[in-house]
Design a protein around this ligand. Structure first.
Ligand SMILES: [Zn+2]
Length: 537
């Protein structure tokens, strides 16, 4: 169990701390902002023996504003052999992981096609999935087994793109040519498979909007284990591409997948990619939420409560992170905090409230650092210093919000949040939009709550002043943080036995009197995060 805990901790603390000097997001340059990408068509030959990739990527985009130069992102060590816009060969410069292409005066508001031909040895991921790059492995059968990781460092570790969370493509084609007999597995549905000279081109296509880091492929000598699952009574292809040596256990994994997908669909709405598939691919690294083809390298391990954490967590990102996503990495907690809280909701549904309280304490509360705000300044990158707290504190903030506004409105708001019309395109959202939704649904001004828990690192401080007066203990409670009005529960033995009261607190002392011999407990269900400043006279 200890190992499991350590492992999870490692996962969370490291997700965005990576070895390569590459990141996603940040301030968009004027040139980047002038482009809206619609489609990536990635056509690559992947040679696992030479550890080399080559081919071309077509990017369909609309030009939104006049610009003298276009900027796309691609890892510096690749060699670019040609750049064309609408069929015209153009000069380019490739420096600092950016391709600069002079604008040949193409029309504003029209859709254009950029083609970039390139090749080279992609970076090798030192510690996938946290470090970006390729994992070149050989499976037991002696066949190549290749994974690609690119959340933290960005998709430009392997293909040219506009690497920014604000620009999701409408759809994508992924064509990977690999040596027989290995399979290339990617997002969406398999369109075709064409064999030539002992190499096969696997053409995958997703018709759904997709983030750059979610476009992905894995190579391996996979067997295919699949079933038709029913998610809220709708059929869905559930499939696991697994190496033969790990096939035992695959059927059970698919059954768990169907159960977990139904949990998520019941909690947050239908599986977003119901027309395509829910895919899992056996990877030489732990896991990642690649849309419709989650990386799975957990070897069927279960938590002490008996569920498959990595299957559950990555799958949850299909709702929190893939379907609903952020346009600025400073709001990254909406991917990880919401997905992490879904686990507590699952534990509660399956194992009851007491277990859920224990889970929130052990998994979240103990691991929160409070060093940095959960939501960072605007124009964040994937090098987010808040680290762990976007998971654990993010999840705990939702737990506290639920306490504050009540279970029913909390749950219905989460469901609404996933699919309501957003200010931004392609279901992208922000913390601000979430706060507005909650305030509208509750009719409350909750800025004081979000200001303290999301926009500052330190926890709120509860002042507690105790004094004895004859047979009584008098306790004054008040919040130090101006405007902070979180109610707090207190339990003690009163006249009629054990009493629980909810104290409505603000910045002025609120007095409670109990019998001198009695003990009291604050926040008995451990809902809240706060520090205490105690004074006894
Ligand atoms: Zn995650």
């Amino acid at each position: 169990m200890k190992i499991q805990t350590l492992f999870c901790h490692l996962f969370f603390s490291s997700v965005f701390l990576n070895g390569l000097d590459l990141s996603s997001g940040g301030v968009l340059s004027k040139s980047q902002a002038s482009i809206d990408v619609h489609h990536y068509d990635i056509d690559l030959r992947v040679d696992p023996y030479k550890r080399f990739i080559s081919g071309k990527v077509k990017i369909k985009f609309t030009l939104l504003e006049a610009t003298s130069v276009f900027e796309f992102d691609l890892y510096q060590s690749f060699t670019i052999s040609g750049v064309l816009i609408n069929g015209m060969n153009l000069d380019f410069e490739h420096k600092n992981h950016t391709i600069f292409i002079p604008n040949p005066d193409i029309d504003l508001f029209d859709t254009h096609q950029l083609v970039i031909k390139y090749g080279g040895s992609p970076p090798v991921a030192k510690r996938p999935p946290w470090d970006g790059g390729f994992t070149w492995e050989t499976s037991e059968s002696g066949h190549p087994w290749v994974g690609v990781s690119c959340q933290g460092n960005g998709a430009h570790v392997w293909y040219p793109c506009k690497e920014h969370p604000s620009d999701k493509a409408d759809s994508a084609d992924i064509k990977i040519t690999a040596p027989d007999p290995i399979k290339a597995v990617a997002n969406g549905l398999l369109v075709s498979k064409k064999q030539k000279d002992l190499w096969t081109t696997w053409h995958w296509k997703t018709q759904y909007p997709i983030s750059t880091y979610n476009i992905n492929f894995t190579l391996g000598g996979f067997n295919v284990v699949e079933k038709t699952g029913y998610i809220l009574n709708k059929p869905l292809k559930i499939v696991y591409y697994v190496l033969p040596e790990a096939e035992k256990g695959a059927v059970e994994l698919l059954n768990l997948t169907e159960e977990y997908l139904n949990f998520y669909a019941n909690s947050f709405g239908q599986y977003p990619w119901i027309k395509e598939k829910f895919g899992l691919v056996h990877t030489p690294y732990w896991g990642m939420e690649h849309q419709t083809i989650n990386a799975y390298g957990n070897a069927y391990k279960k938590t002490k409560l008996g569920y498959d954490f990595i299957l559950f967590h990555e799958m949850g990102h299909e709702w929190w992170g893939n379907y609903l996503s952020v346009a600025d990495w400073s709001d990254f907690w909406i991917h990880e905090g919401f997905d992490t809280y879904a686990e507590a909701m699952f534990v509660e549904e399956k194992f009851g409230w007491d277990m859920a309280i224990q889970f929130v304490d052990e998994r979240y509360k103990k691991n929160i650092k409070n060093d940095y705000p959960v939501v960072m300044d605007k124009n964040g990158t994937t090098k987010n210093p808040a680290g762990n707290d976007v998971y654990y504190k993010g999840a705990h903030v939702l737990h506290m919000l639920r306490y504050l506004i009540g279970d029913e409105i909390f749950r219905s708001s989460l469901k609404e949040y996933i699919s309501m019309p957003k200010e931004l395109e392609k279901n992208q959202t922000s913390t601000k939009e979430f706060i507005s939704l909650i305030e509208e649904n509750t009719g409350l001004d909750l800025q004081w709550f979000f200001d303290v828990y999301l926009y500052q690192g330190e926890l709120p401080i509860l002042n507690v002043k105790e004094k004895f007066l004859k047979e009584k203990l008098l306790i004054d409670f008040w919040w130090e943080n101006k405007g902070f009005v979180m109610p707090i529960e207190i339990t003690y033995n009163g006249h009629g036995g054990k009493t629980t009261r909810k104290l409505v607190l603000n910045n002025k002392p609120h007095r409670v009197a109990i019998n001198k011999k009695e003990k009291y407990e604050l926040d008995p269900d451990h809902w809240l995060l706060f520090d205490t400043n105690r004074d006894f006279k």
